[in-house]
Ligand binder design. Structure first.
Ligand code: HEM
Length: 296
């Protein structure tokens, strides 16, 4: 836990322990309402992130307050839909063949990003076609929320590059902001998982010992950071905060240092990822398909 607090300038707590993260994730006074952005650096950080993670003045679901109109219903509807699709994707259907080939290294010219984007995009629109431009758009969105590169981000904002990136992707997923989030932000965690899977596949002894379930678990990575803001004062892990304090939940660091897998999708909390069952099933499916081609 690290509290950066300089009155009038910054008030941010970074939390990287599962116990603190779960306490915050379950506390109704720590939300994603993102109201007053005081002090100055909090305001600048929030303005930048909300600017990227909104489209046409609507916030992405990952930046929406718990009680924002329709958020919970849409989260639940997507969860149901993805859970219903999980058994099929777990079996390794033909749609996963390009990814299975990539894992096997048999289409080494292909870039994995667009292959993953195609599979995720199709969850939102049956006509979604990923390519260089859609993948470049996903990289622009992700790079603009990563820390650092202030000047480049400013230039991208001024030239409208980030807005154009979202403008390309949004109509392709029927304007659904959960879809824009999936194909531009969440996708990078899935790509990380596929890179890990390719490494596991390369080692023949590992390949023969691991079950698809084991591989899937080894290929799951949590988001680097999710955000909350205090709506009243309190304490976390002995660290006091006041209304307006920003809390940065460092999920991947917490998972790595503790091995606590509940960090990956925050599945037991109100903000649980609607893809918490689908993503592991998809990873299993890719592995099944990649290995069955060799009769393994
Ligand atoms: C490895 C891949 C993924 C991981 C680790 C992941 C993890 C997470 C986590 C931790 C949250 C909670 C954010 C918060 O508490 O503020 C979240 C939210 C969300 N995720 Fe995922 N996610 C992944 C992939 C996906 C995919 C593929 C989709 C869509 C198909 C998706 C859709 C969403 C949505 C819509 C939310 C917002 C839920 C809400 O609060 O209303 N995620 N995800």
């Amino acid at each position: 836990m690290e509290h950066k607090h300089i009155p009038g300038l910054v008030d941010v707590i970074k939390v990287d322990q599962p116990a603190g993260i779960l306490q915050i994730a379950r506390d109704g006074t720590l939300d994603r309402a993102f109201g007053s952005g005081k002090p100055l650096l909090n305001r600048l950080l929030l303005r930048r992130i909300l600017g990227v993670l909104s489209y046409k003045s609507r916030r992405f679901p990952t930046m929406s307050a718990r009680k924002a109109t329709g958020r919970e219903t849409q989260q639940d509807a997507l969860w149901q839909k993805l859970n219903a699709a999980a058994p099929d994707v777990r079996a390794g259907p033909a749609d996963l063949e390009p990814l299975a080939m990539w894992v096997r290294g048999s289409n080494s010219d292909a870039a994995v990003g667009p292959l993953v984007q195609q599979v995720i995009g199709r969850l939102f629109s049956p006509t979604f076609e990923a390519g260089e431009a859609t993948w470049a758009a996903a990289e622009v969105v992700a790079a603009s929320i990563a820390p650092g590169n202030t000047l480049r981000n400013l230039a991208w904002r001024l030239t409208g590059k980030v807005t154009r990136a979202k403008g390309l992707l949004a109509p392709m997923v029927g304007g659904d902001l959960a879809g824009v989030h999936a194909v531009s932000v969440a996708i990078h965690n899935v790509v990380k998982g596929l890179n890990q899977m390719r490494g596991l596949y390369r080692d023949a002894s590992v390949r023969q010992t691991l079950t698809p379930e084991m591989v899937s678990r080894r290929c799951l990575f949590a988001p680097g950071v999710v955000l909350r803001q205090a709506t009243s004062s309190g304490t976390v892990g002995g660290c006091p905060y006041s209304a307006g304090t920003l809390l940065l939940l460092e999920l991947e660091r917490a998972r790595q240092t503790s091995g606590d897998e509940s960090m990956i999708f925050l599945a037991d909390t109100w903000s649980r990822c609607p893809a918490e069952q689908w993503v592991p099933a998809m990873l299993e499916g890719v592995w099944r398909r990649a290995t069955s081609a060799h009769g393994e």
